[in-house]
Design a protein around this ligand. Structure first.
Ligand code: GLA
Length: 389
């Protein structure tokens, strides 16, 4: 078992006295509803069975000792719970530190330190939310060790707050919510305007969810993520002059078409179009799933990719190649980029009997065109954070 290896590493580094807890938080994949969560729209993500394992123990002093089995070359990184502040260009420890800081900001002061060893089996920078996974994991550990009274939804909000304010990434709520609220076998249909949500069973008869990882790394901070947000904000401000709305997600396609000329800048108009249409597509996709119309669900996934490629412009040659090659393979129900874009992964729904052929074909075409290999994962939908031991 993976967690036993992480526990062994903890004991080797930090000894085995005291109360040691073992925890897990998943990664996530978004099935549809991309770049809608900061536009008051809907998203439809699910938690995965891959994620981050953490072994932790409270300390008597103020010291923080962190070690990641994914970044062994960095060794043990020490810090203190006092005076935590965001550091630009810092290492992965900014994520747990950010969450400790965020608990303090929310009136739950973490008044002593801890030892923490992490291991994640989500590929780093893959767009499967390894950072949100670490944030929710840290929150779950703090809740358990310090007895803070917070719900899983609070863990999501605290994680997002720390990512926004401590790590300077203006992300929406989707990733942390999908992870903190994950439920095996279900995706979460979340209205990001109200945080109302519904679990939708994903019963793919004779099909699998396949993630193709482009191996083009991305970090939200260095991507054009924040730029897209401001383009949407600017579009919203202009369209608000002609129709009373709070967010682009309030608009139907018809309303958008009627009022779009209020958005003067052509680029901002396309960004807004994506936000509006993608939100409506997400609502339709969940409806299709309820009607057991998986073919329509797949078509909506494909349309989502086209919109992200042409109107939102967050794909790039790597993701486009993975998706366009996937579309050529028989037995592919739908395929699109997932997450922020600019690199990272795609998600495809592939019929059972076509999975091997899919991997072979897409893998060969990708290597040929891009020059390096992609990785493929057949994934399962898992639960939110848990204490394992
Ligand atoms: C990243 C962000 C999310 C969301 C997606 C795009 O994953 O963290 O909040 O905006 O990009 O859908």
């Amino acid at each position: 078992m993976i967690w036993e290896t992480v526990l062994a590493k903890f004991r080797e580094l930090f000894g085995d006295e005291g109360e040691i807890g073992v925890y897990f938080a998943p990664g996530r994949v978004n099935l549809i509803g991309e770049h809608t969560d900061y536009n008051g729209g809907h998203v439809f993500p699910c938690a995965l069975t891959i994620g981050t394992y953490g072994v932790a123990r409270k300390r008597e002093d103020k010291k923080l000792r962190f070690y990641s089995m994914n970044f062994e070359e960095l060794g043990v990184i020490e810090s203190s719970v006092e005076g935590l502040k965001p550091e630009k260009e810092a290492d992965w420890t900014n994520y747990p530190k950010g969450v400790i800081w965020a608990f303090g900001e929310k009136g739950m002061k973490v008044d002593c330190g801890m030892d923490l060893v992490l291991f994640g089996n989500i590929p780093n920078g893959s767009g499967l939310s390894s950072s949100a996974s670490v944030e929710v994991l840290t929150g779950a550990i703090l809740r358990d060790m310090f007895g803070f009274e917070v719900t899983n939804q609070d863990l999501a909000l605290i994680g997002q707050y720390s990512e926004n304010k401590f790590n300077g990434v203006n992300c929406g709520i989707m990733d942390q919510f999908a992870i903190a609220m994950g439920k095996a076998g279900h995706a979460i249909f979340l209205d990001t305007a109200t945080l109302k949500y519904e679990y939708a069973p994903i019963k793919l008869e004779n099909a699998k969810i396949v993630i193709s990882c482009s191996n083009k790394k991305r970090g939200l901070g260095d991507s054009k993520y924040n730029e897209r947000r401001s383009e949407c904000e600017s579009a919203l401000a202009q369209i608000k002059e002609v129709i009373e709305i709070n967010a682009l997600g309030d608009l139907t396609e018809e309303q958008f078409e009627e009022h779009k000329d209020a958005i003067k800048d052509e680029v901002c108009r396309r960004r807004a179009k994506h936000a509006v249409y993608e939100n409506q597509r997400t609502v339709k996709a969940v409806e299709a799933l309820k009607n057991n119309d998986i073919a329509l669900f797949g078509e909506l996934m494909n349309a989502s990719h086209v919109s992200l490629r042409d109107d939102y412009e967050v794909t790039g040659i790597e993701l486009d190649t993975l998706v366009e090659e996937a579309w050529k393979v028989d037995g592919v129900i739908g395929s699109r980029m997932t997450g922020a874009g600019f690199g990272g992964c795609t998600v495809s729904i592939v019929k059972d009997e076509a999975v091997d052929n899919f991997i072979e074909k897409v893998s060969a075409a990708y290597k040929e065109k891009i020059g390096y290999a992609a990785d493929f994962y057949v994934v399962e939908i898992g639960d939110g954070p848990v204490k394992l031991a």
